[in-house]
Ligand binder design. Structure first.
Ligand code: GLA
Length: 787
């Protein structure tokens, strides 16, 4: 589908594919106004979408064509080469007519307020009360800016953002087109390019911005948003992912009221507490119905996502980088990360599947796009820091017996590391534990039939380490200020090229030495006193961002040099799970929380954005190490099964009967994973699926959760009931999207189900007694068509 971007003579911009339309128009030949984001429109007639209006007491900008170029007031002056459109746009005309009727005499010459305008990329300083998309500090110490149209161009084919190409050159998104619209401040010192990337095969619209210093003095840009959109006025709910260590990505939904609502991070990583995601939906929207507007960000550092609801109930939804103070010398530019925008009229399920498909076909490296994830056995919860050649080899042997295919040697293998207080940075094998080095243990693991993987935390350094002794200047720090420790460690300054070179050769050396095909790339603390000895004072406000660019560069080099190595993303569990890291990490350690019940809520929320095969889920021992809960082996297996399956236990310490359940779980996963992989995921029951009221009526509660994967001709339904409740009707799980005329057969019981019945009445869950229940159905299409 070529020609996805069209621009008419009035400078009405229409971006359209078969999934959505996104439109903007130019008002008064200067101001870029947002018009529409929603289901695809055949044509854009601005006057049928948006009526500019005026309210008393707001700041007013005279209409340029009324005042004329070079007028005494100075308005209407063309901004650095801005072409003027001949005829006024219908919206400008409407403003004028409205003036003639309603405005007091003094204003009748024509004026309108930017505070009322759904600005496409709002600046601050012309009277707006709402959040602007960025802040600028000019050399004269002032901050007021105004952005006016200068030019635009449409580029066919992929045009990757220069600094952070979110989508890969070898993407499967079909034809791709990019629109660039250049805006400029009338004083000529600042230009802002807005980018819009539309892909034929995706309902995701990508947006980002580039700031350039087009003047003769330095200027500073603060916290530029990658995207800002004014939504239609109305009543909405706000949905976000909040959390903590061990409780990542819990879905939260609240009514959206007047004011500014923000989530974000400031510690140099996406963080456990929040995820780059914010959605605004109709109050009645659910998993399968209702209008939803959602944004995410392809970035792993500080972010902020804001929904600012103004006095007229217009929500302004924006997302971008946080705590960046970018210094631009004349001629220099700064590009923001890439925002992902998804809109749907079919609820959150459609939004999630759009994100999943985009991740699969645009973000994840093609090498891993169709490669089933291996069953992992990880040494962490099995033996924590007590790893050595003998017990790791034994773990491999026992792991293989329960179906594992890859062993990850976690923390504790290097230099003097016995606990978390020392040795980060000294990435050589501990002589007492691995006297012959890593190669023999890696080979022993391989002889047992498993691949070998290794844990590292390359971005960190312990003050008690050889590396720190040799290069104290390599840690992030501020001269004269004490460094705050977290987990007894400091962070290396990845904005420093020398540090990156060192890490590249250290990690490469280890991979070559051990032949590892898997790296668990961990990052266990956030930044505190942020400063870099490698940069001058005026660059210190960029250090966190330069760190992130340095990390991406390092991971880019490593993944290119070792294409067969899977780099798992980890940050104290799921503290850096985002689309930015996904370019390098096709799998994440979702959470240090391995309890099956806690995992339900974490995984439920994580699927809002990320496809199941990227969500690492390991069966662990009981009583669970994080919460002390004892759940049945079968429940632990079924909680992990549809995700990226593995083990976080020492099979030698497990009862024989449980080992058999773990093994059959692994074999089942190995049999089904190519179908899980790429499946359409539906959340059936959980925090969003049932309001408190609906739970009371339907008899749910007790943490009930259910999801379904649909792959070609098969359905996989999972149901979990952590707490049993007395005297309720059996639960019926309504399976969305099944066609009339379709007939499914249960592989285990042979029962035949009508697709329309499963959709309208639901799959009946036989009641049974006892807590921590989990059920699984594998249904095959017998007649009719799939969803
Ligand atoms: C982090 C990770 C864990 C484990 C430990 C090792 O907490 O999330 O899985 O690797 O570090 O110290």
């Amino acid at each position: 589908m070529a020609g996805m971007i069209s621009v008419d003579s009035q400078l009405t911009f229409h971006i359209r594919n078969s999934h959505y339309s996104y439109a903007m128009q130019l008002l008064d030949g200067r101001f870029l106004a947002h018009l529409y984001w929603g289901p695809p429109l055949v044509r854009i007639d601005p006057e049928t979408i948006f009526t500019p209006r005026r309210a008393p007491y707001l700041t007013a900008i005279p209409l340029g064509s009324d005042v004329g170029e070079g007028s005494a007031e100075g308005f209407g002056r063309p901004c650095v080469g801005a072409p003027r459109t001949g005829a006024a746009s219908p919206a400008t005309e409407a403003l004028r007519q409205e003036d003639a009727i309603a405005a007091p005499e003094a204003e009748r010459r024509g004026a309108f307020s930017l505070d009322l305008l759904p600005q496409e990329y709002p600046a601050w300083g012309t009277g707006e009360q709402r959040e602007g998309a960025f802040r600028v500090l000019f050399a004269d110490g002032t901050e007021a800016a105004r952005l006016e149209y200068l030019e635009h161009e449409t580029v066919e084919g992929p045009r990757e953002p220069e600094l952070m190409g979110l989508i890969r050159g070898d993407h499967d998104l079909g034809t791709v087109e990019t629109l660039r619209i250049r805006l400029g401040d009338p004083r000529g010192e600042l230009t802002v390019d807005l980018f819009y990337l539309v892909a034929e095969e995706s309902a995701v619209l990508l947006r980002w911005a580039r700031f350039s210093n087009s003047g003769g003095e330095p200027l500073t840009i603060r916290d530029p948003a990658s995207s800002s959109v004014d939504l239609p006025p109305g009543a909405y709910d706000l949905v976000r992912l909040g959390g903590a260590w061990g409780r990542e990505r819990h879905l939260l939904r609240t009514p959206l009221a007047f004011g500014r609502h923000a989530v974000g991070s400031r510690g140099g990583a996406t963080g456990h507490q929040s995820t780059p995601f914010l959605a605004v939906c109709e109050p009645g929207a659910g998993e399968t119905k209702g209008t939803v507007y959602a944004v995410s960000l392809g970035y792993s550092g500080n972010f902020q996502a804001v929904c600012d609801v103004d006095q007229y109930d217009v929500p302004r939804l924006s997302i971008g980088i946080n705590r960046l103070r970018g210094h631009l010398e004349p001629g220099e530019s700064l590009e923001t990360p890439v925002a992902l925008l998804v809109q749907s009229e079919a609820g959150f399920g459609a939004v999630s599947n759009t994100f999943h498909e985009f991740a699969r076909s645009g973000v994840i490296a093609s090498r891993w796009r169709e490669e089933p994830r291996k069953v992992i056995i990880n040494s962490w919860e099995a033996m924590y820091f007590q790893v050595n050649e003998k017990n790791v080899t034994a773990l491999a042997k026992e792991g293989r017996a329960i179906g594992a295919e890859l062993l990850v040697l976690d923390d504790g293998w290097f230099s003097g590391r016995r606990d978390d207080t020392t040795s980060l940075g000294d990435w050589w094998p501990n002589e007492a534990r691995f006297p012959r080095g890593l190669r023999p243990v890696a080979e022993a693991v391989r002889r047992e039939g498993l691949e070998f993987g290794i844990w590292m935390e390359p971005e960190m350094v312990s003050p008690a380490s050889e590396l720190y002794k040799a290069h104290p200047d390599w840690a992030l720090q501020i001269a004269g200020r004490e460094n705050t420790l977290a987990r007894s460690q400091l962070i290396l300054d990845l904005s420093n090229r020398e540090v990156r070179e060192h890490l590249f050769s250290t990690v490469s050396g280890l991979l070559e030495e051990s032949g590892a095909t898997y790296v668990k790339w961990d990052m266990n603390r956030n930044m505190s006193e942020v400063g870099s000895l490698a940069h001058p004072a005026h660059r210190q406000g960029e250090v966190m961002h330069r760190y992130m660019l340095g990390l991406y560069e390092l991971l880019g080099r490593l993944t290119e040099a070792f294409p067969e190595v899977l780099f798992e993303g980890c940050a104290g569990g799921g503290g850096r799970f985002d689309f930015g890291m996904m370019r390098f990490s096709p799998r994440f350690w979702t959470s240090d929380q391995s309890d099956a019940v806690e995992r339900l809520e974490i995984q439920y929320g994580t699927t809002m954005l990320f496809p199941p095969e990227t969500i690492g889920s390991h069966v662990s021992s009981v009583p669970n190490h994080q919460v002390g809960r004892t759940t049945p082996a079968e429940t632990r297996v079924l909680t992990a099964l549809p995700f990226s399956y593995g083990f976080e236990l020492d099979p030698r310490k497990e009862p024989e009967s449980d080992r058999e359940i773990f093994r059959s779980g692994a074999l089942r996963y190995r049999e089904l994973r190519d179908r899980f992989f790429g499946a359409r995921f539906s959340r059936l029951l959980g925090p969003l699926a049932g309001s408190a009221e609906c739970r009371r009526i339907e008899g749910g509660g007790g943490g009930e959760t259910a999801w379904m994967l649909v792959a070609e001709r098969e359905l996989f339904v999972f149901y979990y009931r952590p707490l049993v409740r007395a005297n309720y009707e059996p639960r019926r799980l309504r399976l969305p999207g099944l066609r009339d005329g379709a007939v499914y057969r249960d592989r285990e019981t042979g029962l035949r189900y009508d697709g329309a019945l499963l959709r309208s009445r639901g799959l009946m869950v036989e009641p049974s007694l006892g807590d921590y229940q989990a059920r699984f159905w594998h249904l095959e299409l017998q007649e009719g068509e799939v969803t």
